[in-house]
Design a binder for this molecule. Structure first.
Ligand code: 523
Length: 150
Protein backbone atom coordinates (compact mmCIF):
# COMPACT_ATOMS: atom_id res chain seq x y z
CA UNK A 1 0.00 0.00 0.00
CA UNK A 2 2.82 2.41 0.92
CA UNK A 3 4.41 1.77 -2.48
CA UNK A 4 1.12 2.51 -4.27
CA UNK A 5 0.82 5.79 -2.34
CA UNK A 6 4.38 6.75 -3.27
CA UNK A 7 3.80 5.88 -6.94
CA UNK A 8 0.62 7.95 -7.00
CA UNK A 9 2.50 10.87 -5.43
CA UNK A 10 5.35 10.62 -7.92
CA UNK A 11 2.83 10.63 -10.77
CA UNK A 12 1.06 13.70 -9.36
CA UNK A 13 4.38 15.56 -9.03
CA UNK A 14 5.46 14.78 -12.59
CA UNK A 15 2.04 15.79 -13.96
CA UNK A 16 2.40 19.10 -12.14
CA UNK A 17 5.89 19.71 -13.56
CA UNK A 18 4.73 18.86 -17.08
CA UNK A 19 2.03 21.45 -16.56
CA UNK A 20 4.55 24.05 -15.38
CA UNK A 21 7.08 23.36 -18.13
CA UNK A 22 4.47 23.14 -20.86
CA UNK A 23 2.34 26.14 -19.87
CA UNK A 24 2.37 28.84 -22.51
CA UNK A 25 2.30 32.40 -21.28
CA UNK A 26 -0.08 35.09 -22.47
CA UNK A 27 0.84 38.59 -21.31
CA UNK A 28 -1.36 41.65 -20.90
CA UNK A 29 -0.67 45.33 -20.25
CA UNK A 30 -2.23 47.48 -17.52
CA UNK A 31 -1.66 50.93 -19.02
CA UNK A 32 -2.68 53.80 -16.74
CA UNK A 33 -2.66 57.45 -17.75
CA UNK A 34 -4.14 60.33 -15.76
CA UNK A 35 -5.94 57.91 -13.46
CA UNK A 36 -7.56 55.99 -16.33
CA UNK A 37 -6.93 52.40 -17.47
CA UNK A 38 -6.83 51.34 -21.13
CA UNK A 39 -9.20 48.46 -21.96
CA UNK A 40 -10.12 46.95 -25.31
CA UNK A 41 -13.17 45.13 -26.57
CA UNK A 42 -12.51 41.89 -28.43
CA UNK A 43 -13.99 41.26 -31.85
CA UNK A 44 -12.59 37.75 -32.33
CA UNK A 45 -12.72 34.84 -31.87
CA UNK A 46 -16.49 34.38 -31.63
CA UNK A 47 -16.27 32.90 -28.12
CA UNK A 48 -14.58 36.04 -26.74
CA UNK A 49 -16.25 38.69 -28.93
CA UNK A 50 -17.79 41.52 -26.92
CA UNK A 51 -15.62 40.78 -23.88
CA UNK A 52 -13.23 43.41 -22.58
CA UNK A 53 -9.57 42.69 -21.88
CA UNK A 54 -6.26 44.27 -21.15
CA UNK A 55 -4.36 44.38 -24.46
CA UNK A 56 -1.79 41.62 -24.98
CA UNK A 57 -1.21 38.18 -26.46
CA UNK A 58 0.93 35.09 -26.56
CA UNK A 59 4.61 35.25 -25.69
CA UNK A 60 6.62 33.85 -28.63
CA UNK A 61 9.16 31.05 -28.08
CA UNK A 62 12.35 32.51 -26.62
CA UNK A 63 10.75 35.91 -26.09
CA UNK A 64 10.90 37.74 -22.76
CA UNK A 65 7.48 38.49 -21.16
CA UNK A 66 8.10 42.24 -21.09
CA UNK A 67 9.30 42.29 -24.68
CA UNK A 68 6.05 40.51 -25.61
CA UNK A 69 4.02 43.18 -23.80
CA UNK A 70 5.80 45.90 -25.79
CA UNK A 71 5.41 44.03 -29.11
CA UNK A 72 1.70 43.35 -28.58
CA UNK A 73 1.03 47.01 -27.75
CA UNK A 74 2.71 48.13 -30.99
CA UNK A 75 0.71 45.53 -32.97
CA UNK A 76 -2.67 46.11 -31.32
CA UNK A 77 -2.51 49.78 -30.33
CA UNK A 78 0.24 51.34 -32.44
CA UNK A 79 1.76 52.65 -29.20
CA UNK A 80 5.03 52.09 -27.37
CA UNK A 81 5.03 50.99 -23.75
CA UNK A 82 7.64 49.96 -21.22
CA UNK A 83 6.51 47.01 -19.09
CA UNK A 84 7.18 47.10 -15.34
CA UNK A 85 6.02 45.00 -12.39
CA UNK A 86 3.67 42.03 -12.72
CA UNK A 87 0.37 42.78 -11.05
CA UNK A 88 -1.85 40.10 -9.53
CA UNK A 89 -1.15 36.36 -9.75
CA UNK A 90 -0.48 34.04 -12.70
CA UNK A 91 -3.99 33.22 -13.93
CA UNK A 92 -4.79 29.84 -15.50
CA UNK A 93 -6.45 30.11 -18.91
CA UNK A 94 -8.06 27.22 -20.75
CA UNK A 95 -5.80 24.34 -21.78
CA UNK A 96 -2.15 24.82 -20.84
CA UNK A 97 -2.00 28.62 -20.98
CA UNK A 98 -1.64 31.18 -18.25
CA UNK A 99 -2.14 34.94 -18.20
CA UNK A 100 0.33 37.39 -16.62
CA UNK A 101 -0.54 41.06 -16.31
CA UNK A 102 2.20 43.68 -16.25
CA UNK A 103 1.98 47.33 -15.43
CA UNK A 104 2.95 49.27 -18.54
CA UNK A 105 3.89 52.87 -19.07
CA UNK A 106 2.95 54.58 -22.30
CA UNK A 107 6.07 56.20 -23.77
CA UNK A 108 5.11 57.06 -27.35
CA UNK A 109 2.06 57.15 -29.61
CA UNK A 110 -1.65 57.49 -28.92
CA UNK A 111 -3.30 54.06 -28.48
CA UNK A 112 -5.77 53.23 -31.28
CA UNK A 113 -7.88 50.12 -31.88
CA UNK A 114 -5.86 48.49 -34.69
CA UNK A 115 -6.71 44.84 -34.02
CA UNK A 116 -9.98 44.92 -32.09
CA UNK A 117 -13.14 47.05 -32.50
CA UNK A 118 -12.71 49.48 -29.61
CA UNK A 119 -10.34 50.80 -27.00
CA UNK A 120 -11.51 52.88 -24.07
CA UNK A 121 -9.96 54.69 -21.12
CA UNK A 122 -11.77 53.47 -17.99
CA UNK A 123 -12.08 55.20 -14.62
CA UNK A 124 -12.08 53.23 -11.36
CA UNK A 125 -15.84 53.85 -11.00
CA UNK A 126 -16.45 52.03 -14.34
CA UNK A 127 -14.05 49.17 -13.70
CA UNK A 128 -16.55 46.72 -12.20
CA UNK A 129 -19.28 47.39 -14.77
CA UNK A 130 -17.32 46.33 -17.83
CA UNK A 131 -17.96 42.88 -19.33
CA UNK A 132 -14.39 41.65 -18.67
CA UNK A 133 -13.08 38.30 -19.88
CA UNK A 134 -13.07 35.86 -16.93
CA UNK A 135 -9.26 35.80 -16.62
CA UNK A 136 -8.95 39.59 -16.59
CA UNK A 137 -11.60 39.80 -13.88
CA UNK A 138 -9.12 38.12 -11.49
CA UNK A 139 -6.90 41.24 -11.49
CA UNK A 140 -9.73 43.70 -10.80
CA UNK A 141 -8.67 44.22 -7.15
CA UNK A 142 -5.09 44.96 -8.29
CA UNK A 143 -6.44 47.32 -10.98
CA UNK A 144 -8.50 49.17 -8.37
CA UNK A 145 -5.33 49.63 -6.32
CA UNK A 146 -3.53 50.97 -9.40
CA UNK A 147 -6.23 53.54 -10.14
CA UNK A 148 -7.00 54.44 -6.51
CA UNK A 149 -3.86 53.72 -4.49
CA UNK A 150 -4.93 52.56 -1.00
N1 523 B 1 -6.55 36.41 -23.08
C1 523 B 1 -7.27 36.78 -21.96
N2 523 B 1 -7.08 38.05 -21.48
C2 523 B 1 -6.22 38.93 -22.05
C3 523 B 1 -5.48 38.53 -23.22
C4 523 B 1 -4.52 39.46 -23.88
C5 523 B 1 -5.67 37.24 -23.70
O1 523 B 1 -8.07 36.01 -21.40
N3 523 B 1 -6.08 40.15 -21.50
C6 523 B 1 -6.73 35.05 -23.65
C7 523 B 1 -7.60 35.07 -24.87
C8 523 B 1 -7.06 33.96 -25.71
C9 523 B 1 -5.60 33.82 -25.31
O2 523 B 1 -5.48 34.51 -24.07
O3 523 B 1 -7.74 32.77 -25.35
C10 523 B 1 -4.64 34.37 -26.33
O4 523 B 1 -4.88 35.75 -26.47
P1 523 B 1 -4.81 36.49 -27.88
O5 523 B 1 -5.73 35.84 -28.85
O6 523 B 1 -4.99 37.94 -27.62
O7 523 B 1 -3.29 36.21 -28.24
P2 523 B 1 -2.60 36.36 -29.66
O8 523 B 1 -2.98 37.70 -30.23
O9 523 B 1 -1.15 36.07 -29.46
O10 523 B 1 -3.35 35.20 -30.40
P3 523 B 1 -3.08 34.55 -31.79
O11 523 B 1 -2.57 35.65 -32.68
O12 523 B 1 -4.46 34.05 -32.13
O13 523 B 1 -2.10 33.45 -31.50
Amino acid sequence: LALKVLQARAEAVSARSRELVGAKVVVAAAIVRDGLLLAQRRGHPERLAGGWELPGGRVEPGEDDRAAVARECVEELGAEVVAGEQIGPDIPLRADHLLRVYRAELVAGEPRALDHPEVRWIGSDELDNLNWLAADRVVLPALHDLLDPP
